[in-house]
Ligand binder design. Structure first.
Ligand code: SF4
Length: 731
C-alpha cells in the first residue's frame, strides 16, 4: 500500500542510484484497483501545501489532489505573503503540470546546433554525456564552466553555489530581466540600506505610486493586492487614498483615485515637485526639519518646473503634495517603468525622498527594512545564499556573453524561466555567443528559445512535483520559509537540477563530493531543517515556517537633512524626427516576462485594460493616433533603431501622448504550439542601453515609429474600451 510517506518518496526520490545506475522507475505494470492506496479514496480530496513558482513572488499554495491527480490550486491561507489568495498565473500552474509539450525524456541534439532538432535518449546515456563533459572541463580548465540560471534562492541556490565553487569555476550567472538594481542603489543612497524594503500598504493613509504596476506584476502582486484591499476597506474610519503617476493607465493605475499621466522617465521630477511644496509649506514635521534641502537646490524644482518636464499640471502637483502632507502615515512607491530608464536611480531616489519627508521610514504605514540576514542567522554563514537576490545580473551576463564570444567557456549549464535568448536585447548577440560554447546542457521542463540551443536537454519536474524551499522577497516582514513538495506522483521521467548536481558531484569525487554530501536534494533539505530543530514533515503540512521573526529594522534614523538626488534626464535612442514616439514596454499581467506564453489559460486571459488576447498590440493616445492618421484596430509596423514587428493599434485615452506602450510576452519562436504565431517579440525593439548608475538594463530607452501596415485578422477583444473610459472621468 502506498502511504503518505511512500507517496512523497516516489515524488522526490532521486538518489544517486536512481540517477546513475539501476534507475529507480515508477511502476509501469497495470494492477487492479482492489486495494486502493490510501491517497486514492474515490471522491475524496487531499490538499497538499507547496510553493507557487509561476513568478518570483514565492506565494504559498494548497493543491487539491483527488484520485491521484492535482485538480485545483488555491492560495495557502496560512502563508504570510498571499494569505490564501492566488493570481491567475498561479492558477495556471496546473496547465504547466499537465502540458502536452512537457519534456519527459532527455533530448540529444540531432541536427545543426540551434536547429531545435533533438532525439530522445535514455537517462543513462544523458548522464554519461553530462559527466563526460564535466570531467573533461574539470581536468583541463575548471573555470571554463558557465552556469547561467534565473535567480534561485533557498537550498536550490545553495546546492548550485556549492557545486560551482567546488568545481572550481567562479562563473555562476543569474539573469532576471526585471531585476531591482536601480532600487537597491537608490535605497542605499536614500535610506542607507542596500536591500528591498517592506511597504506597509495596508496601514498607510495615502499612497503615492510612480509607475509601479504593483497589483499586476512586480515583486509580489498577490501580497500587494491583499494589502491594497485592506488599505481601502479594512479600517472603520479610514479609506486610504491612492494617487498614481505613470505613462499609461495600467490595471494598478485604474484602481487609483487619481491617475496623472507623466512623460516616461520624468517620475523623479514629479517627486521633486511634490518635495518642493512639502518643504516650502512645512507640510510634515520631517519636511519642516529638512530645510537644508531648500538651499541644496530643491527650491529650483518648483511645481511649474515639474509641469514642464512631466506634463502634469503644477496645480495637480501642489494639490497632491498638500494631500500627502495632510494624510499621514503616507507612503511613496516606485516601479519598473521609473526604474528601467537610463536615469532610474534618480527617479527612485526622488521618490524615496518623499518617504523621508513624510517621516514614515521604519514606521507603520510607511516603508521599512527588516534585517533579513539577521532573521535567518540560524542558517549560519551560508544564509545569504538562501535569500532572494534582487540584482538583474546584467553586468555579469554581458561579461559572460563577451567571454562566450571569445571562446573562453567550454561548457554551459543552463536553467530557468527567464529565457535569455528571448529576453535579452538582440543587439547583445547572446545566441551567437552561446553557440560558440562547445557543450551546452539545459535543465528544463519545456523547450524555449534558450533551451532549444542546447546539445543536451535534461527534463526537470515542474514545481508541483519536486521538493524545495523558498524565501519570498517581500510581504512577510521577517522569517518566512515556503516549503515545496510534490503534490502528485510525477508522471514524467524527470530529475530535478539539484538532484542531478548532487549526483554529478559524487561522480566527480574530491571536493565536489565533499561539498554536496547528500544522497538527494530531499535529504539536503531534511538535514538543513533538522539542524534547526524543525520537523520537516510537520512543517510541510502548513506549507512552510512562518515565524515572522524579524531582525532589527534598518536604518537607524539619520541625523540632519536628507540629501537632494542629483537630477538626470532619461535618454532615448533614435532620432525623434524618424522615431517620434517613446516606447514603453511592460510585463504582461498574464504572460509576465514571456514565461507564461505557452499556457493556453494565460493566452486566453484578457488584458485588464485592452481586454485583448493572443496577439501584439500597441497602445497610443487619441492625439498621437490622429497625428499619425491611425485608428483603433489598424495594423502597424512598430520600428525602433534596433528592430521591428507588427502589431494592432489600441487607442486609449489614458496614456501620456507621445508614448507607444506594448506588453511583453508574445513573439516566441521556440516555445511550443500555444506560444507560436502570436506576433513579434517587443524585447527585440530594445537597445542594449543601461541605467547610468547601475549598468542594469534600461528598457525604457528607445523611440519608435508606427507605420500603417496591412495585417491578417484582427485583435480579439472581449469589450471595446470606448464607453468604459472617458478621459474627463479619469482625471
Ligand atoms: S504572484 Fe507569482 S507566486 Fe504569487 S500566485 Fe501569482 S504567479 Fe504565483
Amino acid at each position: 500500500m502506498l502511504n503518505r510517506r511512500g507517496f512523497l518518496k516516489i515524488g522526490g526520490a532521486t538518489a544517486f542510484a536512481a540517477l546513475f545506475g539501476g534507475c529507480e522507475r515508477l511502476p509501469k505494470t497495470l494492477v487492479p484497483f482492489v486495494i486502493p492506496p490510501e491517497n486514492y479514496a474515490l471522491g475524496e480530496s487531499l490538499w497538499y501545501a507547496s510553493v507557487c513558482r509561476q513568478c518570483p513572488a514565492g506565494c504559498g499554495i494548497v493543491v487539491r489532489n483527488s484520485e491521484g491527480r492535482a485538480k485545483k490550486i488555491e492560495g495557502n491561507p496560512l502563508h504570510p505573503v498571499n494569505r490564501g489568495k492566488l493570481c491567475a498565473r498561479g492558477q495556471a500552474g496546473l496547465q504547466a503540470l499537465y502540458h502536452p509539450e512537457r519534456l519527459g525524456t532527455p533530448l540529444k541534439l540531432d541536427g545543426p546546433r540551434g536547429s531545435g532538432k533533438f532525439r530522445e535518449i535514455p537517462w543513462e546515456e544523458a548522464l554519461r554525456l553530462l559527466m563526460t563533459g564535466l570531467s573533461g572541463v574539470r581536468a583541463e580548465a575548471p573555470t571554463a564552466l558557465l552556469m547561467l540560471t534565473d535567480p534561485m534562492r533557498g537550498h536550490r541556490n545553495l546546492v548550485s553555489a556549492r557545486f560551482m565553487k567546488a568545481f572550481g569555476s567562479p562563473h555562476r550567472v543569474a539573469w532576471d530581466p526585471f531585476g531591482q538594481d536601480a532600487h537597491l542603489s537608490a535605497n542605499e543612497a536614500v535610506y542607507g540600506v542596500r536591500d528591498l524594503p517592506e511597504h506597509d500598504l495596508a496601514g498607510t493613509r495615502y499612497l503615492l505610486s510612480f509607475s509601479g504596476d504593483f497589483l499586476e506584476t512586480g515583486v509580489s502582486p498577490v501580497h500587494f493586492g491583499h494589502a491594497y484591499g485592506r488599505m481601502r476597506a479594512a479600517r472603520p474610519t479610514v479609506r486610504g487614498k491612492f494617487v498614481h503617476f505613470g505613462p499609461r493607465l495600467s490595471m494598478t493605475a485604474a484602481n487609483a483615485d487619481a491617475f496623472l499621466p507623466v512623460a516616461p522617465g520624468t517620475e523623479g521630477y514629479a517627486a521633486l515637485g511634490i518635495a518642493h511644496v512639502m518643504v516650502r509649506e512645512k507640510l510634515t514635521p520631517a519636511a519642516a526639519a529638512a530645510g537644508g534641502l531648500w538651499n541644496a537646490g530643491l527650491k529650483e524644482f518648483t511645481p511649474q518646473a515639474a509641469e514642464e518636464k512631466t506634463g502634469v499640471s503644477a496645480a495637480d502637483i501642489e494639490a497632491v503634495a498638500r494631500e500627502f502632507g495632510a494624510n499621514q502615515p503616507g507612503l511613496a512607491m516606485a516601479g519598473d517603468a521609473a526604474a528601467a530608464c537610463t536615469n532610474g536611480v534618480f527617479n527612485l531616489s526622488a521618490v524615496g525622498l518623499l518617504n523621508l519627508l513624510a517621516g514614515n521610514v521604519g514606521k507603520p504605514g510607511g516603508i521599512s527594512f527588516p534585517d533579513r540576514l539577521a532573521a535567518f542567522a540560524s542558517f549560519g554563514a551560508e544564509a545569504k545564499l538562501l535569500l532572494p537576490a534582487a540584482e538583474s545580473g546584467y553586468p555579469a551576463v554581458r561579461d559572460a556573453v563577451e567571454r562566450m564570444g571569445k571562446g573562453k567557456f567550454r561548457m554551459a549549464l543552463l536553467s530557468g524561466a527567464t529565457n535569455p535568448a528571448f529576453t535579452l536585447p538582440p543587439s547583445l548577440k547572446f545566441e551567437e555567443a552561446l553557440l560558440k560554447v562547445p557543450t551546452i546542457v539545459s535543465f528544463a521542463s519545456f523547450l524555449d528559445e534558450t533551451t532549444s540551443l542546447s546539445d543536451l536537454v535534461l527534463p526537470t519536474p515542474t514545481y508541483l512535483e519536486e521538493w524545495g524551499d523558498d524565501l519570498p522577497p517581500a510581504g512577510h516582514g521577517g522569517e518566512a520559509i515556503t516549503l515545496g513538495q510534490p503534490v502528485v506522483t510525477p508522471f514524467r521521467d524527470t530529475r530535478s537540477m539539484p538532484d542531478v548536481l548532487i549526483a554529478a558531484a559524487k561522480e566527480l569525487g574530491g571536493p565536489a563530493a565533499a561539498a554536496l554530501p547528500w544522497g538527494s536534494f530531499r535529504e539536503c533539505l531534511e538535514k538543513a531543517y533538522a539542524g534547526r530543530g524543525i520537523d520537516l514533515e510537520e512543517a510541510h503540512k502548513n506549507g512552510g515556517i512562518f515565524s515572522g521573526k524579524a531582525g532589527a529594522t534598518r536604518p537607524a534614523p539619520k541625523a540632519g537633512s536628507p540629501a537632494l538626488p542629483k537630477a538626470a534626464e532619461a535618454a532615448f535612442a533614435g532620432d525623434p524626427a524618424r522615431y517620434p514616439l517613446v516606447l514603453h514596454v511592460y510585463p504582461s499581467s498574464a504572460l509576465s516576462d514571456g514565461r507564461g506564453a505557452n499556457l493556453p489559460w494565460l493566452q486566453e486571459l484578457p488584458d485588464p485594460i485592452a481586454t485583448a488576447v493572443w496577439r501584439n498590440w500597441v497602445e497610443v493616445g487619441p492625439k498621437t493616433a490622429a497625428a499619425l492618421a491611425l485608428s483603433d484596430g489598424d495594423g502597424v509596423t512598430v520600428s525602433s533603431p534596433f528592430g521591428s514587428l507588427q502589431a494592432f493599434v489600441f487607442v486609449h485615452p489614458a496614456i501620456a501622448e507621445g508614448v507607444a506602450a506594448m506588453p511583453l510576452g508574445q513573439g516566441h519562436s521556440r516555445y511550443g504550439k500555444y506560444a507560436a504565431d502570436r506576433g513579434g517579440n517587443p524585447y527585440a525593439l530594445l537597445p542594449a542601453s543601461v541605467e547610468s548608475a547601475t549598468k542594469a538594463p534600461a528598457r525604457h530607452a528607445t523611440r519608435v515609429s508606427l507605420v500603417k501596415t496591412r495585417m491578417k485578422g484582427a485583435l480579439v477583444r472581449t469589450v471595446h474600451p470606448e464607453g468604459q473610459w472617458l478621459y474627463e472621468n479619469i482625471l
